[in-house]
Design a protein. Sequence first.
Length: 343
Amino acid sequence: MGTCAPLSLGGFKILDQVLWTPLAETGLDGSPGREFCSLLSTREVNLPFLTLERSGPQTCWNIVFGSQDAPHAGAIFPDHILCEEGAPMPGAVLSLFPHRNDPIVAGRLIQAFARAGIWPYVLAYSPSALSVVVPSAAVAQATEAIFGPFCFGTFHTPVDWRLAQQGKEALFKEVVASFSEKRPKVYGLRWSDNLRLFILDLEKATMPLAGRILEALAATGGPLHFLMSSLSDPVSRTRLLIAVPEDARFAWSAAIGRGADQEGFSASSRPAALFTMNGPHFGDRYGITSILLQGFEEAGVHLIALNCSVASITGLIAPEESDQAVAAITQCFEVPAVIKLPA
């Protein structure tokens, strides 16, 4: 971090003893992954973390569930798992909060992990937190790494934090799920149809560059509304999806363009619309994700990307499908308020 002072955040949580399952499938409907989520729901398997990205004919998923649910899930794993030997990998979900839509939080975290030699499985934004799935063997190392660029109130060292967590290990059980409600309740739906999505294709060696771009644009690049990584190769490559206001497009394009001449770094962009919601039953029930995916399929809405983490769902779609998406969500869920975010 050089001479940069640590950035003060509210805190962080770690959900351990989880299994990470990356899937890749060909076909625009994403049927195997959707059916996998539906089958997990019927077996009452909660999903604390899920991402989806559609890139051309390929759909990439990252699905996380508790280790205790492995016996229920093991018999239904699809044939598209990217992990070594086709089996889920032990991991943990580390969540920093609040990010305040400030790119500096993600930028510093990516750089800190790179310095520590940590290659995260996947990362994603919720409205309040930045969540990262890391290998279970790297949890202690990841905790040490974040105390360089960040500080957390009275926790001055990783040791302080670990002492404060003793006896509280079961508190972080927020998941994206629901069971028997025909129309699960949400607190509200927020959406925007005026965003610019940048997609960065990165190798391990260029991941720190993405972090530096995010940190450099914290002052002038506008708020960061969506962030997600999507593995194209679990060992060495990832795709980073970044959505910002359309009026910040040129600042981001210039900064990203300066890195595009490096080997192992390429970028593209497109217009996008965003929706985000959370609900009182996202934390303790089963099937929310499959309900949403089914509703979008019936409405002809094509997801670009989806984040499900910290009891919330945030997704990207094409701007011209915004009205269809809002209508589909309000049919599938009980939504008391629909709020369009300012451009």
